[in-house]
Design a protein around this ligand. Structure first.
Ligand SMILES: Nc1nc2c(c(=O)[nH]1)N[C@H]1C(S)=C(S)[C@@H](COP(=O)(O)OP(=O)(O)OC[C@H]3O[C@@H](n4cnc5c(N)ncnc54)[C@H](O)[C@@H]3O)O[C@H]1N2
Ligand code: MOO
Length: 446
């Protein structure tokens, strides 16, 4: 579903009242660096919303410049982290001359006399050297006996009465992997900053590592604000189910965070005090709040940040949904807070706009690679703000989904990605930047 005419009319009216008193129209928000005027929380505080591309850059940069933590972990625990030191080979690979095939180690030109009863197997100790004209049965991965000139594959050989014959030419050195073919001890295998993937774990093990020095996953504490939230059962009496706690924990884990706690805080003064304690004292690298970002009577996030002396890096983003999202520096940049709006799709928007780039930066990972896909259908745009629209990806297109309102999860739950729709919308066939959802592509190893 694209914006209905009624929805668009409301959005346009809101955007118009959000113009500054001098009547200057907001700048474009989708083109990198322009700044659009936010309404609501933004307008109330008399400042401008940050353009969507700029907000992502600010979040990525905030993460990247934070002093990194490092730790030494067992290989099995390093998956999904980032190397904090170059991975240098601790050994030659292979560490000895080894047979590439099952067959025969032979010495000199054939035919060869078979050495009886002494197969050379993988893992066996140094075998006796061959003499010229001799052959011994050998397994893939076994040490090559001294004086071997080639390995002859079983299927290319015939053994008759203790004599071995080759049924094709034998080249010196064939099917022998010489020591150090892949690397020499001390060679740089991967630079610091590389992501630890399953393949990297395999390489590290092969190269002799039991532990790796890595940057740990950023610790994230999630605080879900709101008195109206139920943790079980069906909505009733004006109360609704908390849709964010079940979603944010695993989502954050998939983008590389270590979620240390998910806590619910009330909208009462006690909730505000608990929020203040978390903002000032949490051991997490990143505190994520949900709800309370706008200007309602119990929206505590801004007042608490002010009391805590936090520095707002982003306070409102020119994006729909999600525009009241915010990013703050705590303790001079040692820790951060991302405030996600309470509307569930708006929270997803904040997660992808601010939390993901920040977590990647804190983890030492580069921003995700950007790519674009033609959108199948025309998508209407906001007059000044970027829109993030749930899409399904086909072989050729991004197909916009219905149910894309800020309070709806029905579209995103069926989506592969969000398409980034610039102000004024997109024509059918226009290339749109795509933000993959982490379980579709590019997710973290957990
Ligand atoms: N006067 C204004 N009002 C609002 C503005 C504005 O600019 N001026 N912005 C609107 C927009 S846009 C959004 S988005 C929301 C942001 O609201 P808050 O971040 O303050 O969040 P709440 O008011 O606490 O909740 C909003 C909405 O979301 C529901 N909610 C909250 N938490 C959850 C949860 N964990 N699971 C499911 N649903 C949740 C909550 O019940 C509300 O319906 O503000 C607009 N208002
Ligand atoms: O437009 Mo709000 O930012 O998501 O509902």
């Amino acid at each position: 579903m694209t914006f209905s005419d009624a929805e668009r009319a409301v959005e346009e009216a809101l955007a118009l009242v959000a113009r500054d008193p001098g009547g200057r129209a907001p700048g474009p928000s989708g083109g990198g660096g322009g700044r659009g005027r936010g309404e609501g929380a933004g307008t109330d505080r008399g400042h401008r919303a940050t353009a969507w591309p700029r907000a992502r850059e600010v979040a990525a940069r905030a993460g990247a410049v934070t002093r990194p933590r490092t730790h030494r972990v067992a290989l099995a625990d390093a998956l999904g982290e980032v190397l904090a030191a170059p991975l240098e080979a601790l050994t030659d690979l292979p560490s000895f001359d080894t047979s590439a095939m099952d067959g025969w180690a032979v010495s000199g030109p054939g035919p060869w006399s078979v050495r009886p009863g002494s197969d050379v197997l993988a893992g066996s100790d140094r075998p006796d050297p061959l003499t010229d004209g001799e052959a011994v049965r050998i397994a893939t991965g076994a040490r090559i006996p001294g004086e071997t000139t080639a390995v002859l594959r079983t299927e290319h050989s015939r053994e008759v009465g203790g004599q071995l014959y080759a049924d094709r030419d034998v080249l010196t050195g064939q099917d022998i992997r010489p020591r150090g073919q892949e690397c020499r001890s001390g060679d740089l295998l991967l630079p610091s900053g590389s992501a630890v993937t399953p393949a990297v774990l395999g390489l590290a093990a092969a190269a002799g590592y039991d532990e790796l020095l890595t940057r740990p996953r950023p610790r994230v504490e999630v605080l879900v604000l709101g008195d109206e939230l139920l943790t079980e059962g069906r909505p009733h009496d004006g109360l609704i189910r908390d849709a964010l706690s079940p979603m944010l924990g695993p989502w954050l884990e998939r983008i590389g965070a270590d979620v240390t706690a998910i806590r619910r805080l009330g909208d009462d003064p006690e909730g505000a005090e608990a929020l203040l304690r978390a903002v000032t004292g949490s051991a997490a690298d990143l505190v994520i709040t949900t709800g309370g970002t706008a200007s309602g009577p119990v929206d505590h996030v801004h007042p608490v940040l002010e009391r805590a002396g936090a520095e707002l890096l982003v306070d409102g983003v020119a994006v729909r949904p999600g525009h009241p999202m915010l990013l703050a520096r705590l303790d001079g940049g040692a820790r951060h807070l991302v405030g996600l709006p309470g509307n569930p799709l708006a929270a997803v928007s904040g997660l992808l706009t601010l939390a993901e780039p920040l977590v990647r930066g804190l983890a030492g990972r580069a921003p995700r690679p950007r790519y674009a896909v033609p959108v199948r259908d025309a998508v209407s745009g906001h007059p000044y703000d970027t829109r993030l629209v749930p899409v399904v990806l086909t072989a050729d297109h991004a197909v916009p989904l219905r149910y894309q309102g800020p309070a709806m999860l029905r579209g995103i739950a069926a989506a592969d990605a969000l398409a980034v729709v610039p102000p004024h919308g997109a024509k059918a066939g226009q290339d749109l930047e795509i933000l993959d959802l982490p379980w579709v592509a590019g997710g973290c190893f957990t």
